[in-house]
Design a protein around this ligand. Structure first.
Ligand code: IMP
Ligand code: MG
Length: 179
């Protein structure tokens, strides 16, 4: 896909190499038992499928839908669960798998929600982090790449549902202000 508005920020090769490293690190940190992966739809599903295959251990895969009421480049700050998990988290080692941490509103909300379900442990893996943008505190245990405050698409990340299927993570440039 050739699009003049797109500039590659992180190539597919770099993404895949970093995910292999994260997989090794997480496998070392959780040497026993099943790791309960929670994929935050929709953006994280590409990261989840590659990360799960980089883990040398048993995993259980579950999905959660979250809406932050935003179609453009910023979320409204209001979080709503659009699809809940299939399974209980009681006693489980949980790893939340997210595409990107921006304001932190989504993950801050989710951590409070899921901690109430009495997991044994709960950690967060995010492929991308924009630390400059944080409004709410979130401790991200595994970060793929910290990036500057730029709007990115590809490898699951969208702009108005477009560009998710790019192999690379790209900066979306131009005048699409996204409201
Ligand atoms: P937060 O609640 O502000 O941390 O936002 C997290 C969500 O906003 C992510 O899961 C993405 O869906 C979306 N988001 C934040 N930054 C970007 C970006 O640069 N590109 C695409 N989606 C983004
Ligand atoms: Mg998301």
């Amino acid at each position: 896909m050739v699009d003049p508005k797109l500039r590659v920020l992180i190539s597919s090769e770099k993404i895949q190499a970093r995910i292999r490293e994260l997989g090794e690190q997480i496998s070392r940190d959780f040497p026993e038992g099943t790791l309960h992966l929670i994929c935050i739809l929709k953006g994280a599903c590409f990261f989840l499928t590659d990360l799960a295959r980089a883990l040398q251990r048993d995993v259980y895969v579950d999905f959660m839908g979250i809406s932050t009421y935003g179609k453009g480049k910023t979320s409204s700050g209001e979080v709503k669960v659009t699809k809940d998990l299939d399974a209980s988290l009681e006693g489980a080692d949980v790893l939340i798998v997210e595409d990107i941490v921006d304001s932190g509103v989504t993950l801050n909300y989710l951590m409070h929600l899921l901690e109430q379900r009495r997991p044994k442990s709960i950690r967060i893996a995010a492929l991308l982090d924009k630390p400059e943008r944080r409004l709410r505190p979130v401790h991200v245990n595994y970060v793929g790449f910290a990036i500057p405050d730029q709007f990115v698409v590809g490898y699951g990340l969208d702009y108005a549902e477009k560009y998710r299927n790019l192999d690379d993570i790209c900066v979306l440039e131009g005048d699409s202000s996204g409201t």
